[in-house]
Design a protein around this ligand. Sequence first.
Ligand code: SAM
Ligand code: SF4
Length: 345
Amino acid sequence: MTPFDASSPRARPAPAGLTDSLGRTVSYLRLSVTDRCDLRCVYCMAEHMTFLPKAEVLTLEELDRIASVFISQGVRKLRLTGGEPLVRKGLMGLVQRLSGHLQTGALDELTLTTNGTRLAIFAEALAGFGVRRVNVSMDTLDPELFRRLTRGGDLAQVQAGIAAARAAGIAVKINAVALARDNAAEIPALIQWAHARGMGITLIETMPMGEIDEDRTDQFLSLADVRRDLESYWTLRDLTVSTGGPARYVEIAETGGRLGLITPMTHNFCEGCNRVRLTCTGTLHTCLGQEDATDLRAVIRAGATDAELVAAIAGGVDRKPKGHDFRIDRGTAPSVSRHMSTTGG
Ligand code: SAM
Ligand code: SF4
C-alpha cells in the first residue's frame, strides 16, 4: 500500500484548514456517538424518550471515517459525546482507531464528555488509548437529588467512575448545570468538593434545547448572579485562557481551583468560536443555537469519495452562522428543537 493509496484508511487529502466565511478556523469537533443514555436528566431528556432507529445512527466505521476526514482538514481536538458515549457498543474500538491520530500527531487531544456511570469499567482502556482528560457531569452531591435529577441515577457509581479515571491517570473536570430550584444553594459546596480533590469545575446555564417535560424558565439560573454571590465571600480572579467556546474561567483564591462559567445565552463568544458538532446521525451543526445543518450521512451513504466529503464539510463550515439565537423567555418552546443529547453537548 503506497502512502497515496486511496483505499488506505489513513490516506487523506492534505490539511487545508476549515475556515468559515467570517474567517473563523474550525479546529474542534464534538462528535455525538449515540443519542441513547442510561440516565434521563430532567433538563436534557423527556422521561419517555423515543430513540433513533439503529439504521439512522452512523456506524462506528462511518464515525471513524468522518472524524478522520475532519482531522485531515485541521481539526486538532476531538470530543466524543452523546447521549452517553460510554453506552455505545464497541466504542473502545472507535477510540482505539481515533487514537491513531494522536500517535501520528495529527490530533492534539481525544477526550470525552460522560455522565460517569460506566467510567469505572472503561477508565483503564481510555487511558491506554491516550485519553488524558474527561469531563464528567455531576450536578449535586446529594444522592437523593441526584436520583431525582437524573431520574434514577446512582451518585456513588458516578463518583466511583471519577475515582477510577483519576487512578488511571485521567484528569477529570466536573460539569454541573446550574438549576435555580435544585442546586443553586449547593453550588459553593460543589466547587469546594471538586477543588479539594484537585479537579476543575464548570457551571453551565440551562439551554432551551429539545422538548422536555418541564418548563425551563423556572430553573434558569443566571451565572452572572452566581458569580456575584460567590464574590461576596470568595476572591475570583479572571483568567485569560480561552478554549474558543462559551466558557470563561476564573481562579478562586480560597479554594485554589479553577471555575468555568458557560453562559451560552450571551453572545460574548461567537466571534472566537472554533467548534462544530456532528450528530450521531451524521448531521453537521456549525452552531449549537441555530438550525443550520449539513447531512454528511447522505453524502457518505451515496458513496462519496473523501474529496467529496471534504467539499461537503467545507461547504457546511462556510455557512457557519455568525452567532446563535437562544432565548430562555419563550416559555416551554425550545429555541432549537433538537435535544442536547442528539446534538452532543
Ligand atoms: N451524557 C454525557 C453527560 O451528561 O456528560 C454527555 C452528553 S450531555 C448532553 C453533555 C452536557 O450537556 C452535560 O454536561 C449536560 O449536563 C449538558 N446539558 C444537557 N442538556 C442541557 C441543557 N438543556 N442546557 C444546558 N446543558 C445541558
Ligand atoms: Fe444523559 Fe448526559 Fe443528557 Fe443526562 S445530560 S440525560 S447523562 S445525555
